[in-house]
Design a protein around this ligand. Structure first.
Ligand code: SF4
Length: 475
């Protein structure tokens, strides 16, 4: 009987260390192989990040390492120049191990649209972008759907998309003849083929093999058929398979969540290799249900997408492109796939706003990303020329950092000295966040700077500077 493969949480740094070159050369950016092994088991580095391991003398070790670290849900790449990775999951629950590979969101275009409409929609998809606590959130792929069933129209639609954008593609039709026409145009872009079913699997498998493209196995509402289809496709030599167990809106949503969860449990808990594959969610399918208004369809699509992203979709196809429909998905995905062990932080150091002179105010704050971007936004809104010292607080907010002593008088003194701001201003006043007011006395002693207590909420910074800067002697 074969030994059950270790889960990622059961792999120790020693397991990884034993398979590394163990020369402690430091080429991976950390001082020694054990430190690198620790990063690998924590999901902070990949085994291939050790340059020497690619030497032929370590070939067998590298293969063993990849087998040891392989996730129970296979990672599959879609796209050529621009790529997305789907799957690659190690665990069922986020608290077990940080989720990796956030599910890409593809937006559809269809071949019943004229070229100008396709072009405009593609540009809207590609240009969608939203700045969120220092990150740029974007859409990831385009799903080209054949709705006419016409070979030439599909080919023309795919051509317009290919010429308009380098985003990864999903080609959608159950007709192998139509799919072939799309692949003739976009096959070199390594698109995902949607989909092989119980009726067309042989022809779709041939197309996937001849073009070297990943393939969706689709069996809506029938998990045993889905297993059988995957087994058949694997026997045809196809390894890059994405599962489509069907997405049903409204009253079918509970069953959809059950199917997605059963698949992921089978992969992560039971080591079921037939279900150890990425899952495709198609919230877009709500648009093909009963006749409802567009607004109701959008609402259904929005909550279906959010639920499936939580349980356990690795890739989503949506139709709605309105900001209110798409943005919640992007922000939810950001939250879900952020390492819960590490608060989102920014680099500590001195930030300069506007053209501050020698009498410009000096503020200090924590390096928690949400705090920093809020303070930054409030300073910019108030049009203040100033300096802001961002202190290393382990990514904690000001209040939490003060309570946990991650922000204290000594740290503030060090941050002041290391920032070099004392060479830039002639005064010695530091504006402390209101939430750190209780550090005022000890900070004055530790730093030699006079402390002014700022507002508890950075939205009050503008008013404070207007009314109390420059400070009057004795204040
Ligand atoms: S690059 Fe590889 S061999 Fe060198 S220290 Fe890092 S893990 Fe060890």
């Amino acid at each position: 009987m074969s030994e059950k493969k270790k889960g990622i949480r059961e792999i120790s740094p020693i397991d990884v260390y034993k398979l590394l070159p163990r020369t402690n050369c430091g080429e991976c950016g950390v001082p020694n192989c054990m430190a690198f092994a620790t990063k690998v088991v924590n999901g902070e580095a990949v085994a291939g990040g050790c340059p020497p391991i690619h030497d032929s003398q370590y070939k067998d070790s590298f293969i063993k390492l990849q087998e040891l670290l392989a996730p129970p849900v296979k990672a599959i790449t879609i796209g050529s120049d621009r790529k997305i990775t789907v799957g690659g999951k190690h665990v069922l629950q986020r608290h077990e191990f940080t989720y990796q590979y956030p599910p890409p969101i593809a937006i559809d275009v269809s071949d019943d649209m004229d070229a100008a409409a396709i072009n405009a929609r593609v540009h809207k998809i590609a240009g969608f972008s939203y700045g969120y606590i220092g990150r740029t959130l974007t859409l990831d792929a385009i799903a080209v759907r054949s709705v006419t069933g016409d070979v030439d129209r599909f080919k023309a639609a795919v051509k317009v998309v290919v010429e308009s954008s380098d985003l990864p593609l999903i080609l959608c039709t159950h007709d192998p003849g139509v799919m072939k026409a799309g692949l003739d145009v976009a096959g070199n872009r390594h698109p995902l083929i949607y989909a092989a079913t119980s009726k067309n699997w042989r022809a779709m498998a041939d197309l996937a093999v001849s073009h070297g493209c990943p393939l969706v196995a689709s069996a809506p509402g029938d998990l045993s058929l889905l297993r059988s289809l995957v087994k058949t496709l694997q026997a045809c030599g196809i390894t890059d398979i994405v599962l489509d167990p069907g997405t049903f809106g409204d009253e079918g949503l509970a069953g959809t969540v059950f199917s997605f969860t059963a698949i992921r449990k089978a992969a992560c808990r039971d080591g079921d290799s037939l279900f150890g594959l990425p899952i495709l969610g198609t919230p877009i399918s709500v648009w093909t249900g009963q006749e409802l208004s567009d607004e109701v369809n959008r609402w259904q699509e929005v909550y279906t997408a959010s639920i499936l992203m939580t349980r356990y979709a690795d890739l989503l196809i949506m139709h709605s492109l309105d900001g209110w429909a798409v943005l919640p998905q992007l922000i939810w995905r950001f939250g879900l796939y952020t390492d819960p062990r590490k608060p989102v932080s920014v680099e500590p150091g001195l930030r300069i706003f506007g053209n501050p002179g020698p009498d410009a105010p000096v503020f200090i704050t924590s390096n928690y990303a949400l705090t920093f971007f809020t303070v930054e936004s409030d300073i910019k809104a108030a049009k203040i020329d100033c300096y802001l010292i961002v202190t290393e607080t382990g990514g904690l907010s000001v209040e939490a950092a003060v309570a946990g002593r991650y922000l204290n008088a000594e740290k503030i003194g060090d941050a002041l000295r290391n920032s070099g701001v004392q060479e830039k201003v002639t005064h010695r006043y530091l504006i402390l966040p209101g939430l750190a007011a209780r550090l005022s006395g000890e900070t004055e002693e530790a730093s030699g700077w006079q402390i002014l207590v700022g507002p508890r909420d950075s939205s009050g910074i503008g008013k404070m500077i207007r009314e109390h800067w420059p400070p009057q002697e004795g204040n």
